[in-house]
Design a protein around this ligand. Structure first.
Ligand code: MG
Length: 191
């Protein structure tokens, strides 16, 4: 079952502290899901905080490759706009697309983290290849019908696990304070 559990769980990508949660954990590369991870499923936009986070992470020296099961033209256009390499039509969780993405950016599995909003595709795919998986809550509720069905399975597996909320140094209150108690450090990650 641990195979199906994300190593870390965040509410959205901008809650991942680039220094502490990525570079500080030894990661040099990120294989990144697209839909509902960095691009909203309803309005097809990259939210401002997500775009800013991506720019900061790249400035910090992290390499990215998008890995998406999406096969539409829009996903390639997004990759162009963000100037990021992409492997689309990925058929995650199967390994070939992840391996192709690693090759594309010259990344090693041990220093690569997979980030995405789905357990069955992103997390399982990462773990099949022994990579770390950071899962995010989806940007918006809207999604494809089969994805919404899989979310029921995800809820069963995730139980009452709450996302880590605020990076260190950011004041937290109320519900966020409780969620922060669940914060794991990279040294605690185990499967
Ligand atoms: Mg997704």
């Amino acid at each position: 079952m641990a195979f199906l559990k994300p190593d870390r769980y965040f509410s959205r990508i901008s809650r991942i502290d680039i220094e502490r949660d990525l570079l500080g954990c030894g990661f040099k590369s990120v294989l990144m899901d697209v839909d509902n991870t960095i691009l909203t499923r309803d309005t097809h936009e990259v939210p401002r905080d997500v775009g800013a986070w991506l720019a900061r992470a790249r400035d910090a020296g992290l390499d990215f490759c998008l890995v998406s099961n999406n096969w539409h033209e829009g996903v390639y256009q997004l990759a162009d706009r963000l100037e990021l390499p992409i492997v689309a039509k990925a058929i995650k969780p199967l390994p070939p697309a992840f391996l192709m993405a690693l090759r594309k950016i010259g990344a090693k599995r041990a220093t690569t983290v997979v980030i995405g909003d789905q357990l069955i595709t992103d997390v399982l795919g990462a773990h099949f290849l022994g990579m770390t998986a950071y899962m995010l809550q989806p940007l918006v509720e809207q999604d494809l019908p089969h994805t919404l069905m899989l979310r029921h399975v995800e809820r069963l597996i995730m139980g009452d696990r709450k996302p880590e909320e605020a990076p260190a140094g950011v004041p937290v209150t109320g519900a966020s304070a409780t969620a922060q108690q669940n914060t794991a450090s990279c040294s605690q990650v185990e499967r």
